[in-house]
Design a binder for this molecule. Structure first.
Ligand code: DAT
Ligand code: MG
Length: 156
C-alpha cells in the first residue's frame, strides 16, 4: 500500500480547548507515524497560501481571522493511505454533520470551529507540507512497531 505523508493542523480551537494530546492520539494510535510536529502561529500570509482555493469566498475572512487568532499545532503524519485515513478520522467538514467516533463528531458542535485540518489529496499534502515545514523538519525514522502496523502482506 502506498505510504503517504499528509499535513494535519490542530486548529486554534483545539489548542485552546486543551485537546492537542487527545487529537494527536487519534492519529497516532492507528499506527501512523508522526514525522513532523510544531506549535506555531499562522500569519495572514501563510493563511492565504494555505487556503488559496478559498480566497474570495464568503467565509474566507472569518476563516483567516480564526486560524490566525491563536497558536495551532502542525503535524506531518505518515502511513499507508495517510491522506484518506486522516480525513476519515477527522469526519465531515462541519462538526454538525460529523458522525460520532470522528474527531469533529466527538469534540465539536459548531460549523466553522472544526478543530482540525487535513490535506485532501497527496498533491495538496505535498504543497501544504512545504508551507508549514522546512525539509529538515520532516524526519525519516523507523519504529519497531512499523512491522506490526504497516506490513500486512506476510502475516500468514
Ligand atoms: P475541510 O477542512 O473539511 O477540508 P474545506 O477545505 O472545504 O473543508 O474548507 C476549509 C475550512 O473552511 C473548513 O474546515 C471550514 C471552513 N469552511 C468551509 N466551507 C465553509 C462554509 N460554507 N461556511 C463556513 N466555513 C466554511
Ligand atoms: Mg480542505
Amino acid at each position: 500500500m502506498a505510504i503517504e505523508r499528509t499535513l494535519i493542523l490542530i486548529k486554534p480551537d483545539g489548542v485552546q480547548r486543551a485537546l492537542v494530546g487527545e487529537i494527536v492520539n487519534r492519529f497516532e494510535r492507528t499506527g501512523m507515524k508522526i514525522v513532523g510536529m510544531k506549535l506555531m502561529q499562522m500569519t495572514p500570509e501563510l493563511a492565504s497560501q494555505h487556503y488559496k482555493d478559498h480566497v474570495g469566498k464568503g467565509f474566507y475572512d472569518g476563516l483567516v481571522k480564526f486560524m490566525t487568532s491563536s497558536p495551532l499545532v502542525a503535524l506531518a503524519i505518515e502511513g499507508p493511505k495517510a491522506v484518506d485515513n486522516c480525513r476519515k478520522l477527522m469526519g465531515k467538514t462541519f462538526c454538525t454533520d460529523a458522525v460520532a467516533g470522528t474527531i469533529r463528531g466527538d469534540f465539536g458542535i459548531s460549523r466553522g470551529l472544526n478543530l482540525v485540518h487535513g490535506s485532501d489529496s497527496p498533491e495538496s499534502a505535498q504543497r501544504e507540507l512545504g508551507l508549514f515545514f522546512q525539509a529538515n523538519e520532516l524526519l525519516e525514522y523507523s519504529r519497531a512497531v512499523d512491522a506490526w502496523t504497516q506490513n500486512d502482506e506476510d502475516r500468514g
